[in-house]
Ligand binder design. Structure first.
Ligand SMILES: [Zn+2]
Length: 396
């Protein structure tokens, strides 16, 4: 599934009325959530229909709106109970509509929705090229929302058939706050991120918060300033991630490569308990957004994605597998003389694990024999072009 997301503007109907409808929808769903929350055992969808349908219909909701309401409420109550969370409270003003209550006309970039007895026509504000990608595909639902600033947003998940090609090569990356290091099996490329910039904005926001520790919650001006800083920080991360994802995925496509990503669940910040510093929280957020952007683009262009365990990727020599010793960020292998900086080691090892995963899935043994003398090369420094071929890795 790939989702079309666009800002919208009303061409038919009033914003005030749309807001009112979304408000009523939210209240109705919240009512269903509250009722479900009290039950020891959650009802089936049919039972939920028996319980809530008439009541919702009486409030003027359309038949399919009712169905969407209890289906959605059931889903979030179920996941909240499963995660042992608190009772979900809806904050966003939004409504979900299925094909009976919405018409999507991408040719004219228009969406028409029906909420209770009212009709709204919304023009999608987005580039033609972006909209065109979704034409002729099946969509599941239309989600309409209004944000704090009173802007309308439309998102429509479309069916997308993902058929990854079989890769000829691999392309991997190592992420840290300052840099992303890309390795395609031949050369290493470093690209500056904008995550540090985003971090500074967060630090700034925290400083403002500390300075006005008593009043920031109640002072609208200060609150807006803090929110503004967080928003700018978030936008920097998201914008940069999208840009990088585009570059990275097109590079993979051009070279017929698969993308190797680190399994975020196993990354240090999820394993370690002491990860609540601002930098760590931002790292987590930024890495998630970056991966999400990459995977979304990869699905769009049928690029295969391989996930590898990222643990210990900077501790072992990518050439001979011996333990590396570090001087600051420079790694040196006492066994084969390999020299590289930490990020390069990281991305090469991720690459390697990707290869092993790929060969593993093709039936070759996962634990290949140790490297012999003839495949051991001389040490390289980061200034020399990195010409380590895949061939020499297959025997590790
Ligand atoms: Zn080595």
């Amino acid at each position: 599934m790939l989702t079309l997301k666009a800002r919208g503007v009303l061409v038919d109907g009033s914003l005030w009325e749309l807001r009112e409808e979304l408000y009523l929808t939210r209240r109705a769903i919240q009512y269903v959530i509250d009722a479900l929350w009290e039950l020891d055992k959650l009802p089936s969808i049919n039972q939920a229909h028996q319980i809530f349908y008439k009541m919702l219909r009486k409030q003027g909701f359309r038949a399919h709106q009712c169905k969407q309401a209890y289906k959605y409420a059931l889903g979030i109550v179920r996941s909240a109970k499963k995660n042992k969370g608190r009772k979900p409270v809806l904050r966003k003003l939004s409504a979900r509509l299925d094909k009976y209550d919405a018409v999507v006309d991408l040719e004219n970039q228009v969406v028409v929705i029906k909420l209770r007895n009212k009709t709204f026509k919304i023009k999608l504000l987005h580039r033609r090229n972006y909209i065109r990608k979704f034409m002729g595909r099946k969509w599941y639902e239309v989600i309409i929302s209004i944000d704090r600033q009173g802007r309308i947003w439309v998102s429509i998940p479309f069916r997308w058939i993902y058929e990854p090609y079989s890769p000829k090569r691999l392309i991997s990356l190592d992420i840290n706050l300052k840099k992303v290091v890309v390795y395609d099996g031949r050369s290493v490329k470093r690209i500056d991120t904008r995550f540090v910039e985003a971090l500074y904005l967060k630090i700034h926001a925290e400083r403002v918060q500390k300075k006005y520790s008593r009043m920031w919650r109640h002072n609208k001006r200060i609150l807006n300033r803090i929110r503004g800083l967080h928003r700018r920080s978030r936008n920097i991360v998201i914008d940069w991630s999208r840009k990088f994802a585009k570059y990275f995925v097109f590079k993979a496509k051009r070279t017929g490569s698969a993308i190797v990503l680190e399994d975020l669940e196993k990354l240090w910040f999820n394993v370690s308990q002491k990860s609540s510093t601002l930098a760590n929280r931002l790292s987590r957020f930024a890495y998630c957004k970056l991966q999400l952007a990459i995977v979304t683009k990869a699905i769009e262009y049928n690029i295969p994605v391989i996930y590898v365990d990222p643990r210990g990727t900077s501790t072992l020599c990518p050439k001979c597998g011996a333990k590396l010793s570090y001087t600051h960020r420079l790694a040196i292998c006492g066994n084969c003389g390999f020299i590289a900086d930490r990020d390069t080691v990281g991305t090469m090892n991720v690459h390697l694990r990707g290869l092993r995963g790929m060969w593993g899935s093709l039936g070759s043994p996962l634990n290949a024999p140790a490297m012999n003398d003839e495949t051991r090369g001389s040490g390289r420094t980061i200034d020399e072009p990195m010409t380590v071929h895949i061939k020499s890795y297959t025997s590790i």
